[in-house]
Design a protein around this ligand. Structure first.
Ligand SMILES: C[S@@+](CC[C@H](N)C(=O)[O-])C[C@H]1O[C@@H](n2cnc3c(N)ncnc32)[C@H](O)[C@@H]1O
Length: 210
């Protein structure tokens, strides 16, 4: 089930000149070659805008892959800001550090290899922005741990919350879909959050701490 009508997707894509940033372009090509699920250029611009709009200096990513979403954040950070990346795969750290070096932004990344939920549990924050892009069964735990680590006015950004429309199909009951439904239910009714579900790409939730 497409979230956005394919004709509208094509229209949005047609407004864009080809990616001008050589490092982002290389990362987009690598994702395509490997079939690796990056957040993509449209949601990437949203991350950049959030970083600029909130004056972010402290960003935490849960599930950084090889650093594509982190690079969009990093480009929008205020002076002295840093993105704390996490991923369980060491090879993603090496790739991300290489991309950040080539982008001239190596001082804006810290990349920790390990379980992102363990890192989140240990970190105290406060963070201006947290991105949740983990394996889906971890989403509810990530929400619980993220809220007290966000500053007031900070935003938890969660990817894939519409999960190719499967969340809206009651016949789909697999673990990942059930976890996303539960995340959406809690995020939209959480007393400390104001959550907007933005139906771009695969659905992005923006949960602002009140
Ligand atoms: C969708 S990809 C991340 C893409 C990245 N945010 C981007 O848009 O460029 C998800 C990544 O999260 C990592 N991952 C999933 N669950 C994790 C966990 N519990 N702890 C650490 N890494 C995890 C995977 O190894 C994978 O690289």
């Amino acid at each position: 089930m497409p979230i956005v009508d394919p004709a509208v997707e094509s229209y949005i894509a047609s407004l864009r000149a080809p990616q001008a940033d050589p490092v982002l372009r290389e990362m987009e090509r690598l994702a395509e070659e490997r079939g690796f699920p990056i957040i993509g250029p449209e949601a990437g611009r949203l991350l950049y805008g959030l970083a600029r709009a909130t004056g972010a200096r402290a960003v935490l990513e849960l599930g950084s892959g090889f650093g594509y979403s982190a690079l969009w954040f990093a480009r929008g950070l205020a002076g002295g800001g840093r993105v704390h990346c996490t991923d369980r795969k060491p090879e993603n750290r090496e790739l991300a550090l290489g991309f950040f070096r080539r982008a001239g932004l190596e001082e804006r990344i810290r990349f920790e290899v390990g379980d992102a939920l363990e890192v989140l549990e240990r970190e105290r924050g406060p963070f201006d922005l947290i991105l949740c892009d983990l394996d889906k069964p971890g989403y509810v735990r990530a929400l619980e741990l993220a809220v007290p680590r966000l500053r007031r006015g900070g935003v938890l950004v969660t990817d894939n919350v519409l999960w190719k429309g499967r969340v809206a199909d009651p016949s789909v009951t697999d673990e990942a879909t059930a976890a996303i439904r539960e995340f959406n239910r809690r995020a939209t009714s959480h007393p400390e959050l104001e959550t907007a579900i933005v139906p771009i790409r695969d659905g992005v939730a923006l949960s602002t701490r009140r």
